[in-house]
Design a protein around this ligand. Sequence first.
Ligand SMILES: *[C@@H]1O[C@H](CO)[C@@H](O)[C@H](O)[C@H]1NC(C)=O
Ligand SMILES: *[C@@H]1O[C@H](CO)[C@@H](O)[C@H](O)[C@H]1NC(C)=O
Ligand SMILES: *[C@@H]1O[C@H](CO)[C@@H](O)[C@H](O)[C@H]1NC(C)=O
Length: 487
Amino acid sequence: MAKHNTPSSSSSAAVFFRKRWMMLVVVLVMFSVALIIRSGMDSSPCDCRQDVVLGSENKFSSASPPPPTPRPPTITAAPSPSPLSFMKSKLVLLVSHELSLSGGPLLLMELAFLLRGVGADVQWMTNQRRSETDNVIYSLEHKMLNRGVQVISAKGEEAVNTALKADLVVLNTAVAGKWLDAVLKEKVHLVLPKTLWWIHEMRGHYFSLEYVKHLPFVAGAMIDSHVTAEYWKNRTEERLRIKMPKTYVVHLGNSKELMEVAENVVAKRVLREHVRESLGVQNDDILFAIINSVSRGKGQDLFLHSFHESLIYIKQQKLQVPPIHAAIVGSDITAQSKFESELRAFVESKKIQGHVHFVNKTLAVAPYLAAIDVLVQNSQARGECFGRITIEAMAFQLPILGTAAGGTREILVNGSTGLLHPVGKQGVIPLARNMVKLATHVERRLTMGKKGYERVKQRFLERHMEQRIAAVLKDVLRNVKANQKAQ
Ligand SMILES: *[C@@H]1O[C@H](CO)[C@@H](O)[C@H](O)[C@H]1NC(C)=O
Ligand SMILES: *[C@@H]1O[C@H](CO)[C@@H](O)[C@H](O)[C@H]1NC(C)=O
Ligand SMILES: *[C@@H]1O[C@H](CO)[C@@H](O)[C@H](O)[C@H]1NC(C)=O
């Protein structure tokens, strides 16, 4: 896969590469935050691990989002006050099921920082805390402490007292439900009415009373996409015979750091050149990629089948297109998964090694988004809960070829910002056709990328997510107050 440049004997070439390298270092340092603190591999919380991310349009308690009408670019005005400013001096307790670099916890941390930004008193607890010496935990806790978020123990008297005192408790992911009884015990009913439950998963085993039996009694549930919210409603009713509380759909937004890289032409170019060079992909070649953890649910196998079909088609039809490549970003050879071995065996059997590139799992997705031409979102079955990588790719002006399932349908406008294909085997040929379409129609590809970017600017920025969350918190606090008065 990774092809390295042979060292050049020419000194001017050496200087050139040294300069490029320096430039890359500068860019990487500039954006280190964006590159490191990212949940790229687990962009789709639902069906992979408990990761997540969100944005929101609220079908349940507010009007549907307006149709995407392109607006002229807005001129950056003076920063307006945060929509969360009413949270100033409120005590908010955030309960995370774990602390790691996966989507769920990172998203809750983003909320912690937004709330700190408006002067809320934010306390954080991690229910399943691994060892003290874990480097990731250590650095994340320090990051929080540095930004004024108090990190407290999830157990014991302090935990209970903080929960009782808090104006609002945010419970993150279904699994965190275990914390309620384990820690609050007989006081749990005092805390439920002011608890907002943020849910990012859609996998079957979360529909268990062990986790969610208190769900009907919390102030509200906040869920990443309409389809996931509907799924929760169906499943809890049918399987568990419990009723969802008031449910808010909150689509995610892109972080400011990611947008900064995406909108920096120089950074993008340097990252693009560097990544392409390391993969052995020429500047004019067309690079399709899936950026997700490698697993059957993410559909890398079907993607490779489609890619192979499109190579055959291009050859048969003698189409004049630049060489096309496929990248699987999220590979983990050490995991020795049967699935990944299958992918590699397929590539060998079809003799397409020169066209397919496996890239190790990484949290730094920005360089790959800068380097590719088309993002393929091939999640299978119910699809993604939301799929943050999709809006991240759109920020980089990339068209999306996505399965017609899950949150992808709420992000992608078919025919405008990308093209949908069916899940499963029936999607293989349609995806192959869509790949050939984007390879042959350069203008179409670029226009789709631009439309995607416009859509991100309209509704998938951190600012939008902040507005959506603010509306939810306002409503929840209002109801808490009304209930207290009624008692
Ligand atoms: C929920 O149930 C309704 C009615 O049974 C069905 O039409 C809908 O597709 C289901 N939604 C999900 C997401 O499962
Ligand atoms: C990818 O990961 C494998 C296993 O950890 C390692 O041996 C290999 O060097 C890595 N490749 C690159 C390009 O970093
Ligand atoms: C997406 O649009 C294409 C045409 O642009 C159409 O053929 C296809 O059926 C659409 N798919 C879905 C799921 O709407």
